[in-house]
Write a protein that binds this ligand. Sequence first.
Ligand code: 2AM
Ligand code: CA
Length: 260
Amino acid sequence: MTLHEIRAAMEPIVRRAGAYVKSAVPVHANEKSGHADLVTEYDVNTQRMLVRELTALLPEANVMGEEEHLSCDVTKGYCFIIDPIDGTTNFVMGFNHSAVSVALLLDGEPVIGMVYNPWAEEFYSAVRGEGAFCNDTPISVRNAPLRECAVTFGTAAYYPPLAHRTARVVDRLITEVVAIRSLGSGALDVCDSARGRCGVYFEFRLCPWDYAAGSLIVTEAGGQITDEHGNPISYTTPGSIVSGGKQACRELIDLLRQIP
Ligand code: 2AM
Ligand code: CA
C-alpha cells in the first residue's frame, strides 16, 4: 500500500472513533496515576476499536497506545501511536474539547498524522512532505515574535514540581504576550500551534501518544516541535514540548532557560 492509500483508509477509521467519543456520555471516571489523571471506559473502548481497525488495515504495523499499557518498538517498520481520547479530563467534565490522535511512524519517524476534534468538526492531517491540513484547507504556523502571539500551555497538574514551574512561566508571560490559554488537550494544542491560533504551545511533560500525530502536522505546517531545550522530541519516552512558529519557539525556549 502507498502512503496515500493508507491515509485514505485511515481517515474514516479516525472519524468513526471521534463520532463514537462525541456520542458518549461518560458516567464514571477512574484515577490512573493520581486524582488529576483520569480514564473512562470510552478511552479503553475507543482504543480497542482503533487497534482492531488499524491493524486490519496494515497488519505488519506495531501499535503503541495510551491505554492498557500497549507498547512496542517504535523504531522499526510501521508503528501506529494512538491516543484514543486526548483531553480525557475535558471529556469527563463536558468541555467538548478533546481529540482522537493517531500517528503512523516508519522506522521511528512520523509519516502520517491525524488529530480529530469531533465537537468542532476539525480534522487535522498531514502526510510527510505534503503539507498540513485542517479538513481540506492547508494550514500554516504564525510567523511572529512571541509578544505578538497567544500562548497556550498544559498544566502538568499530575506532577506538582512541574505544575508550579509552569505557573512561574505563566506569571512571567501573562503581561508580555497577547493572550494566555490552557485548553486541556495536548494534541489539539499542538494543532492550534500548527494553524497559528497560538504562536507557541508548551507543556513540561507529555507522552508520545499526546504529540506524535501533532508533531508531523506542525512541522508540515512550517513550524517546529522540540523539547524545552530545543532538542529533538522522542517517540519512546515522555518529555517536555515546545511547538509552533520558529521565532516564537526560540524566544520561549530562551525564557524557559531563565525560569528553572
Ligand atoms: P490525556 O487527556 O490523554 O490524559 C493536558 O495538560 C494534557 O496532559 C492532555 O493532553 C493529557 O492527555 C495529558 N496528560 C494527562 N495525564 C497525564 C500524565 N499523567 N502524564 C502525561 N500527560 C498527561
Ligand atoms: Ca493524551
